[in-house]
Design a protein around this ligand. Structure first.
Ligand code: OAD
Length: 256
């Protein structure tokens, strides 16, 4: 399919979606790393993704931090810097705009890059934390990474009690923040339309949210250039990058 064909088939699918969700009030979007790919932030499990070069157990686990906190901090601080340089792409902007279309709209993200907020999304739940925040390993206070003084060890420390800080990120083997997770389950079970955007659907519990929505009768939509385990259960599929497909979906929804 050439570019024109694929764009017109995306438009056709978007018009059909807009008809199907005509009077809907409650929409939920779940995003993953793919939505930020077009902003230059690598995904995790694509062939050129982060976990193809690095091992999660060396960088994104409590054990790794206990063993070698400096290596973990160097990696997270480099990612935080990288994200500061990045800009929201048309996919992030379209999702921020979608808040105006559905009276009851929520964006649930697994991303830690803050690009949705920078694009203007306000009704957002972060499941996995945020690179721009740190938290104290002792008093548990949470603060912007930029406000954490560097200790003689070269690592960020707590501005309140001085103990070593850690990234405010959910690592493998750790539970998700309770409020965020409960809210995500509640929203997903009440959604009339649920969009899964740029996620491989391989990491629990986020991966269970679209299935929960579907069981409760939601229309399920996938935006992803590649097939995922969720694809077979989707009512509408947009096989394209989020920065291409979401503006097309947005335009069709405006005309619904
Ligand atoms: P993955 O790297 O597992 O999946 C990224 C998905 O994005 C894949 O399905 C790609 O096909 C798709 N993709 C690539 N480019 C895209 C584009 N331009 N537009 C839309 N989709 C695109 O990332 P996640 O599903 O987010 O955890 O991974 C979940 C969690 O695993 C992450 O939050 C992270 C990771 O370990 C933590 O950091 C705690």
């Amino acid at each position: 399919m050439d570019k024109e064909d694929s764009e017109s088939s995306l438009r056709r699918e978007a018009r059909a979606l807009a008809r199907a969700v005509g009077g809907f009030q409650r929409a939920v979007v779940l995003t993953g790393a793919g939505v930020s790919a077009e902003s230059g932030i690598p995904t995790f499990r694509d062939p050129d993704g982060v976990w193809s070069r690095l091992r999660p157990e060396d960088l994104a686990s409590p054990e790794a931090f206990a063993r070698d906190p400096k290596t973990v901090w160097d990696w997270y601080r480099a990612r935080a810097e990288n994200v500061k340089e990045a800009k929201p792409n048309p996919g992030h902007l379209a999702l921020a705009e979608m808040e105006r279309i559905f009276p009851d709209f929520y964006l649930i993200t697994q991303n830690v890059d803050g690009l949705h907020q920078r694009a203007g999304s306000r009704r957002i739940i972060e499941l996995h934390g945020n690179l721009a925040r740190a938290r104290c390993t002792s008093c548990r206070s949470i603060f912007p990474l930029e406000e954490a003084p560097l200790g003689p060890d070269g690592m960020p420390h707590c501005p309140d009690c001085g103990a070593l800080a850690r990234p405010d990120i959910v690592w493998f083997g750790e539970p998700l923040p309770t409020y965020a997770l409960e809210k995500a389950f509640e929203l997903s079970s009440g959604a009339q339309v649920f969009f899964s955007v740029g996620t491989s659907g391989l990491v629990q519990p986020a991966a269970s949210l679209p299935y929960l929505a579907k069981r409760r009768g939601s229309v399920l939509v996938e935006v992803n250039p590649r097939e995922t385990p969720l694809s077979a259960d989707c009512d509408f599929i947009f096989r394209a990058g989020a920065g291409v497909a979401l503006p097309i979906i947005l335009e069709a929804l405006y005309g619904r």
